[in-house]
Each structure stands twice: as C-alpha cells, then as structure tokens.
Ligand binder design. Structure first.
Ligand code: G3I
Length: 362
C-alpha cells in the first residue's frame, strides 16, 4: 500500500494538471528588486509578514524540530505561523483506540508559543492517515455507522479541546472533493453520508469557539470541477448557519505545469462569500535535476502565489509545506521530482525565498 500511495497521489496530481509551462528568464538578484519597488526589502519572512499583513507559515517536521538545531533556528527566525506536517493527524495522535500520543503535537505547539508563532491545526477529518484500528473496525463491521459518528465526534472534541485557545485556525475537513468534483469516497461519506461535513464544523466550533474553521483542498487553484463543488458546499453550510470561516488552498504546484493564472479570481469567489482565505501548503516542485532556469520559474510561481494572497484583503496566511528540501514530502511521492521548497537541504535560501521578500501589498 505504501508503495502504491505515491503512485496514486502522483497520478491524481499529474492527470488533472494543466499544460507544461514555458521556462522563464533568470530571476532578478535579490537587491535588484529594491529599486523597482522603492523601499527596503525585508530582511526575513517575519518582517515581510508584518509589512504585508499576511502571516508567513511553514509546516513543521516534528522530528527535525526535536533533533536539528539549525532547522529550529531558521524556522523560528523566519516564520510567524506553523502547521504540524503530520503530528496532529489522527494516526499520529490516537495510534491505538483510546491511547493518545500527544508528544509531537504538543512539542510543535509549545515551540510555537515560545516563539510568538500562531498555529494551524491540521487536520481533523481526512481520508488519509487514519489509524488502522479505525479503518479495520469499519471494514470488518465491528464499528457500525452510529459508533463511527460518535468516534468522529469524540476525536474532534478531544483534539480541538486539548488545544483550545492555542490554535488560530483548524483544517476541519481536508480534501473532501475529488478531482471530478464529486464528494470524495471515504469511510466518512460511505457510512455517515454528506452530513458529516456540517457535523465536523459544528463539533469543532463547540470545542473551540474562537478558532477559525477551514475547508482545505489541493488543485483548488485551478480545477473547475473541484472549485464549483467546493463553492456549493460552502454556500450550503453557510445557508445552514454552520460555523465555517475559511478556505484553504493547499498550493502544491509544479513548474512543469502552467501557473494557474485564474487563481486570484478563484480566491475572490470564495472570499466574496465572506470567508477568510489561506494558502496552506505551498510548494513548487520540479523534475530533477535542478537548473538555474527551473529555479527562476519556481521563484516566479512562489511570488505569484504570495502576491495573490497579498492582493486579497481576506487572505490571512501563506504557509509553505516545509521550508527546506531536507525534509520535503515531494521526492517520496513523485518519482524524479523534488527541490520544491524555498531553501535547499543546507537551509540556504533559493531564488524563491528572495522572490517572496519582494512581494508588496496589493
Ligand atoms: O510514521 C512513519 C514512521 O514511523 C516511519 O519511520 C516512516 C518511514 O518511512 O514513515 C512514517 O510515516 C510517514 C509519514 O508521512 C510521517 O513521516 C509516511 O510513510 C508518509 O507517507 C507520510 O507522508 C505524509 C503525507 O501527507 C501522507 O499523506 C507527508 O509527510 C506529508 O507532508 C503529507 O502532507 C499532505 C497534507 O497533510 C495534506 N495535503 C497534501 C500533503 C502532501 O501529500
């Protein structure tokens, strides 16, 4: 299964992806952009965040946080927002039924609070990284629909309750629409019906009334089927007065595909409904080997994504899915691809990092 997952994921991303992009020219060296924009280029992403009024975040690898001083230092210097990459997922926090393992999630939150970083909770309801006891119990019939609903409620109440007041925003439901625009097949849809989405938001709100509650997805920057269905879900939830506050665009792009040029308009369609927006998992992968031209295109894609956020008053956060190629998920999932992050394995900033620093509001 582990071997199959990357293939399936790669296929899902690649099949529905837009056409190849033309290579762009070399990026401006960091200093050349200053004159063009007038004003001083920020020294780091935290300073940029203050200037733009957009929180700058990174996914956090809990093992690296614990074991790598340089990783910790750069994370805390550059970012004012963090998301646990895996540590808050169901299989991580409740590997056996009723046996909780909060160490890694707690460590991410503790480090954030110490370093004046806000936190995105990721994620409460997903079809992936669910513990085996749950999937097996549903499959063999020992967990029926009524019990599954109770288990989901308990999970949400327990996890959101544990971090009440410490999480700025939760990805309540993740990837609930497939690339054809249908509600994704999952144990949740099959056994609880589509109402599980509204239930999840209501329970999360009960457990932490101040947290911003998000629906989060990939390919939402360009996939019309997925966009339309997701807009429909949001309208429907709002009509039912379900507490939904945000739309998360994951932002997993690749330079071998055209940049999604309608992204700003798409974001506006959601924020016009009164939602906050965030780019929650930005990265821009490439087919290896790395070349200066590819890094230039990557820098342009990152810059355009952040510019879209900075131009929309309701876009509150721009989070990268890991800031260093040292720990990126990409090479494990897309054969022959990588180098997707804004810093390389040695934590040296790439052109993409410098390009982000040149983004201006509006
Ligand atoms: O936990 C085991 C560990 O015990 C073992 O030593 C190690 C050896 O390979 O594997 C560990 O599990 C891995 C887990 O990450 C934690 O590191 C899994 O094999 C691996 O498949 C898993 O990948 C994660 C993936 O979600 C799983 O769906 C990636 O790190 C993570 O970046 C990725 O994140 C998702 C977002 O949550 C949602 N959006 C898409 C994004 C990218 O797929």
């Amino acid at each position: 299964m582990k071997r199959l997952l990357p293939v399936l994921a790669a296929a899902a991303f690649a099949l529905a992806a837009p056409l190849p992009a033309p290579a762009l020219a070399d990026p401006l060296p960091p200093d050349a952009s200053r004159a063009a924009h007038g004003g001083r280029t920020p020294d780091n992403l935290r300073e940029l965040a203050r200037k733009l009024g957009v929180r700058m975040g990174s996914a956090v690898n809990a093992t690296a946080l614990a074991e790598e001083a340089d990783y910790r230092r750069v994370l805390n210097r550059e970012f004012d927002h963090v998301t646990a990459e895996n540590a808050m997922k169901w299989e991580s926090v409740e590997p056996q039924r009723g046996v909780y393992a909060w160490e890694d999630a707690d460590a991410v939150v503790r480090n954030a609070l110490r370093n004046r970083q806000q936190v995105r909770g990721h994620t409460l309801v997903w079809h992936n990284q669910i513990p085996a006891w749950l999937t097996e119990g549903v499959a063999d019939g020992s967990i029926d629909a009524a019990e599954l609903r109770k288990i989901l409620r308990d999970h949400i109440m327990t996890e959101v309750g544990r971090y009440r007041g410490k999480i700025r925003a939760w990805d309540v439901v993740n990837e609930v629409v497939d690339d054809d625009g249908n509600l994704r097949q999952s144990i949740w849809l099959t056994h609880l019906g589509p109402g599980y989405i509204a239930d999840a938001f209501r329970w999360a709100h009960q457990a932490d009334p101040r947290a911003k509650l998000y629906i989060n997805d990939y390919n939402l920057e360009w996939n019309t089927n997925k966009i339309n269905t997701t807009l429909g879900i949001v309208k429907d939830l709002k009509a039912q007065r379900v507490p939904i506050h945000g739309i998360g665009f994951q932002g997993h792009l690749g330079i071998q595909y055209d940049y999604p040029g309608d992204f700003a308009d798409i974001m506006r369609q959601f924020t016009d409904l009164g939602l906050e927006a965030a780019i929650t998992e930005a990265d821009v992968r490439m087919v290896l080997p790395v070349t200066p031209e590819k890094l230039a295109t990557q820098a342009d894609y990152y810059k355009r994504m952040l510019s879209t956020c900075a131009a929309n008053k309701r876009c509150a956060e721009f989070t990268v899915w890991g800031y260093t190629d040292r720990h990126s998920w990409v090479p494990d999932w897309f054969e022959g691809e990588g180098a997707a992050c804004i810093m390389d394995e040695n934590l040296t900033p790439k052109p993409a990092y410098h390009a982000l620093l040149t983004v201006r509001r509006g």
